[in-house]
Design a protein around this ligand. Structure first.
Ligand code: NI
Length: 159
């Protein structure tokens, strides 16, 4: 296991379309293990492979129910709408107001290549959409309404 450096959105890797994973081998498992460790260290909710400089379609998510590994994920269903604050480990110290579906369902492969589906509302739906965007080179700042102001950030902290 190892902590990997998290790239900022100024680095070109964050703006590239990632390639599908074809080999479900030890190298992929090491990447997933490292991403999980890196996410935990950073106290994040989700991390996509391009954020650690690997241009493959790999995401790890932890919204409080343990780690979820998504390989080659795609959105298969969304519904509703939510507008709320969103942050990203690659955009440290900032939060933006982003409109996302309320509910999202993804289809993905696990680390051994088995297909499965995962779904969720609120934070989970938001997180799935945010992380899958990363795989297409999209950072939330490109789809947000605007950054939160200092006052709004302080109000969020008090909640
Ligand atoms: Ni992000």
């Amino acid at each position: 296991m190892g902590i990997r450096r998290i790239l900022t959105d100024r680095e070109p890797a964050l703006h590239k379309v990632c390639k599908p994973v074809e080999k479900f081998d030890r190298r992929l498992h090491k990447l997933l293990d490292d991403m999980t460790e890196t996410l935990a260290e950073a106290n994040g909710v989700g991390l996509a492979a391009p954020q650690v400089g690997i241009l493959r379609r790999v995401v790890v998510v932890d919204t409080g129910d343990g780690i979820l590994e998504l390989v080659n994920p795609s959105l298969v269903e969304t519904s509703g709408e939510q507008i709320g604050p969103e942050g990203c480990l690659s955009v440290p110290g900032k939060y933006g107001l982003v409109k996302r579906p309320y509910y999202a369902k993804v289809r993905a492969q696990d680390r051994n290549g088995e297909w499965f589906e995962a779904e969720g509302e609120e934070l989970i739906g938001r997180c799935f959409c945010h992380e899958l965007d990363h795989l297409d080179g999209i950072v939330y700042t490109q789809v947000m309404e605007r950054f939160l102001t200092e006052e709004e950030l302080m109000a969020e902290d008090e909640e």
